[in-house]
Design a protein around this ligand. Structure first.
Ligand SMILES: *Cc1c(COP(=O)(O)O)cnc(C)c1O
Length: 813
């Protein structure tokens, strides 16, 4: 970057910017957790719904950051760093990015629409990169924050920008237009995503097309009602309407390819698109239009389109061999996305040791010397323990980094490197497409059978924020990660929660807490069912017991005395009607006598559990529980010199009894995407998707049967697919015998006959499919809620029933 703080002070409406020294900005950051923050960083302290970065300034100063754009200066930090005060830090970030954008004069392509933005962006980058030096937004960085941050990736050597713009509510596009200033506009598919933020479809369209305000051309699928709203010239495409500028006629479609004859300006030519699904064909047509507009010859277009590839948008965390974890980012390698991937590595690292496998970096726009200088400092700041480089160039430039091993090609690495030397480390695999790093991933991945439970970490973050948005900012959140995170995964989720700075984790047994501590989790952890025999281990691992009886309390005190510890945090549970665990009123006097002036323990919190927070028919009962709790709390805390934290609400409690959030809540099932009412469910994102594949397909005749006890008898010729998942994996038998279904290629396939221990069979008579095709057991659809209803249980039981032999895969968009 080549600009200074002094350059931007006039453009960000600074309210106060006193006595600032000259400062040349090397890095812009909004993420206090990034290891890339240092002396060259200008940090923007953003304030969101659930998040205020001003809280972390002190920490950043300790790390060496000296310059901040803030909305207020925390009193104790006044003299410790340099602050520019503005009304709104997000706005200042956007203004800064506009200033930065205007230092360069290359044209921009701006992409919006509901689906396909990132794919079109990645494909255009691929199609145009032989002729342009392109800067583009990494991954799906398309928000009010993501777009400005992406802009800072530009430099004087770029001659084309490709940026996507995504909006979730009104009045956002205007800002993005000012930052991107596209000359070429692209409108991809208009779907239903983010409808909530808008009162109508037309409002959504009106908002989106603001991106095209100053475009010389807009490219879109033929649509008269949208075209007439556009201020500029258009290039339209269609498969059905010959009036479109570019008309595509599908010739045939086989072996994964679709041939399309394109007619443009009375001239026809054929392209072969390496996809068959509608979305990919639409996105490819958008790309063809863009190339035609840029005056590419039809032969070049056909040649390049033929090589389009599937875009993997997600950073995936996978279980690797020898207890390693892999972060698979094997499809892109540019400087911006390397920064993001390194932040993700730090966030998700499950082992102390961090390894990076990195290929040559393309498209940076920087001279190689300068590029790799920057990469070197990134690697050093991120404290990478071991670096493996692959490519002709990168190794030479990074050779001064300690612990580097270099190979010229992926094949050479796979042949010469002892792969078994990878052990207990987190490995980020990041390479440009041409290096085929997916081969490395396949080899390093732990082999397992094909059934996987995919867990969407972004959805977990989203759901957490949804519940937080119902709470006061100061209310603490304990997240229940008992039973292996409700079956979804223990430390991977705990790690994410630590990243989100929740206040407490809750587990059922000491062992679960010990596992989390061993994986490096440092958050306070409450244990719901501590056994007396585990008290010593709990103290050793800093786990806080729930104590629910006088006997339990005395037993704990005995251990505390032996170990001579003081003020050990404990949590007292009161029984107010659940009748599971907890003190009853007739024990309060004895309890008070013990906890009064007791130096061995500190009553950190007092709580109770609601028996029916999910059912408003029991409102009376619930309010009575709350009243009993409040009385008990006042009584017990009267003998203490401090006020313990009070907490009573679980997920449904947060939803139905928000007013009783007190100082803390205990969030469980909602985090994993399931609420206890339809109302609540609508506002959550699905977290886990259980997937398998088709093992074999049989065609049976009328009168023949399927599975044990001949429970299904065909009444006509039927195509039956076998899926390698059964009740030993947690699929309940009540879901079989035509009650339940799975999804194959987005179509329902009914389960035929009894579910077996390790397999089940489904009807695919009407579905085009083959062995190896993906099968969705549950996810968005069928939803666990539906499965639970049909099998006479609740989603909790379905989740925790998924066997540990099913491999968990965590991903992030
Ligand atoms: C499991 C549990 C919770 C969370 O309940 P959800 O209904 O999943 O939100 C809260 N508190 C206690 C004591 C629990 O055992």
């Amino acid at each position: 970057m080549t600009f200074t703080l002094q350059n931007i002070i006039p453009v960000i409406d600074a309210k106060s910017a006193k006595n600032l020294p000259e400062f040349s900005i090397e890095n812009i950051s909004i993420d206090s957790r990034s290891l890339q923050n240092n002396q060259g960083t200008l940090f923007f302290a953003l304030k969101g719904h659930n998040h205020d970065a001003h809280q972390y300034l002190e920490n950043l100063i300790e790390k060496g950051v000296q310059f901040f754009v803030v909305e207020y200066i925390p009193e104790n930090l006044k003299d410790k760093a340099h602050f520019v005060v503005v009304e709104n830090t997000l706005k200042a970030l956007q203004q800064t990015s506009i200033f930065y954008k205007n230092l360069f004069h290359f044209p921009m392509i701006g992409i919006t629409g509901s689906n396909g933005k990132t794919i079109v962006k990645e494909w255009l980058n691929f199609l145009l990169s032989p002729d342009f030096t392109i800067v583009r937004s990494p991954k799906s960085y398309n928000s009010q924050v993501g777009v400005p941050l992406s802009i800072f990736g530009s430099n004087e050597n770029h001659n084309l920008g490709i940026f996507e713009a995504g909006i979730s509510t009104s009045n956002e596009m205007e800002n993005l237009q000012k930052i991107i200033q596209p000359k070429i506009g692209i409108f991809t598919h208009l779907g239903n995503a983010h409808n909530e933020g808008f009162s109508s479809i037309s409002e959504k369209i009106d908002e989106k097309i603001k991106l095209f305000k100053d475009c010389e051309i807009v490219i879109l699928e033929k649509n008269d009602s949208i075209e007439k709203l556009l201020p500029s010239q258009t290039i339209t495409w269609s498969f059905t309407d010959k009036n479109a500028t570019v008309f595509g006629e599908k010739e045939n479609s086989k072996n994964g390819f679709t041939n399309i004859v394109i007619t443009h300006n009375n001239n026809s030519f054929e392209v072969e698109i390496p996809f068959q699904d509608e979305d990919s064909l639409s996105n490819a047509m958008t790309c063809v239009c863009t190339l035609l507009y840029l005056k590419y010859g039809t032969d070049v277009i056909a040649e390049r389109i033929k090589n389009l590839y599937p875009v993997e948008l997600r950073l995936q965390v996978k279980k690797g061999i020898n207890n390693c974890s892999l972060i698979d980012d094997s499809y892109s390698s540019d400087y911006q996305s390397l920064k993001m991937a390194l932040d993700f590595l730090e966030q998700q690292k499950l082992h102390q040791k961090k390894t990076l496998i990195l290929s040559d970096i393309f498209q940076s726009g920087l001279p190689l010397q300068e590029l790799y200088q920057k990469v070197t400092s990134l690697i050093q700041n991120n404290k990478i323990d071991r670096l493996i480089t692959i490519g002709d160039t990168i190794g030479n430039y990074l050779k001064d980094i300690p612990n580097i091993i270099s190979f010229s090609s992926t094949q050479e690495f796979l042949q010469q490197f002892n792969l078994n030397s990878f052990e207990n480390e987190t490995i980020l695999i990041k390479g440009a497409r041409s290096f085929d790093f997916e081969e490395i991933v396949v080899i390093l991945e732990e082999k397992n059978h094909e059934t996987v439970l995919e867990i969407n970490l972004d959805a977990i973050s989203y759901n957490l924020n949804f519940y937080k948005s119902k709470l006061k900012p100061e209310t603490k959140v304990m997240v229940m990660v008992k039973a292996f995170g409700y079956g979804n995964g223990g430390y991977e989720i705990a790690k994410l929660l630590e990243h989100h700075k929740v206040d407490y984790l809750g587990v059922a047994f000491a062992d679960e807490g010990i596992e989390l501590r061993k994986a490096g989790i440092t958050l306070p952890i409450m244990v719901l069912n501590p056994e007396n025999s585990s008290f010593n281990a709990m103290i050793a691992y800093d786990l806080e017991p729930e104590i629910y009886s006088i006997t339990g309390l005395n037993a704990f005190l005995k251990v505390a005395q032996q170990r001579n510890i003081s003020s050990y945090p404990i949590h007292l549970k009161i029984d107010t009607g659940m009748h599971r665990l907890g003190y009853e009123p007739n024990e309060f006097e004895r309890l008070k006598a013990i906890i009064k002036n007791n130096n061995f323990i500190k009553v950190e919190s007092i709580f109770t559990h609601l028996a029916a927070s999910d059912d408003v028919a029991f409102k009376e009962f619930t309010l009575n529980q709350i009243r009993l709790f409040t009385e008990a709390f006042d009584n017990l805390s009267s003998v203490l010199n401090h006020k313990p934290i009070r907490h009573i609400l679980n997920t449904s409690g947060i939803f139905n009894y928000t007013n009783y959030q007190m100082e803390m809540v205990r969030l469980g099932i909602g985090l994993y995407g399931v609420g206890n009412s339809d109302e609540e469910n609508k506002q959550l994102l699905n977290v886990s998707t259980l997937k398998s594949i088709i093992s074999q397909i049989h065609t049976i005749e009328a009168g023949e049967s399927v599975g044990y006890s001949r429970k299904y008898i065909a009444n006509k010729q039927t195509k039956v697919a076998t899926i390698p998942i059964g009740y030993a994996d947690g699929i309940r038998r009540a879901w079989g015998n035509e009650k339940g279904y799975v999804l194959i290629n987005n179509q329902k396939a009914i389960i035929l006959g009894n579910i077996c221990m390790d397999m089940l069979m489904v009807d695919v008579s009407e579905i085009t499919c083959k062995p190896g095709d993906e099968v969705i057991i549950f996810g968005e659809k069928p939803h666990v809620k539906e499965i639970a209803n049909v099998s006479f249980t609740i989603p909790y039981e379905v989740f925790v029933g998924i066997s540990q032999r099913v491999k968990r895969i965590f991903f992030k968009n």
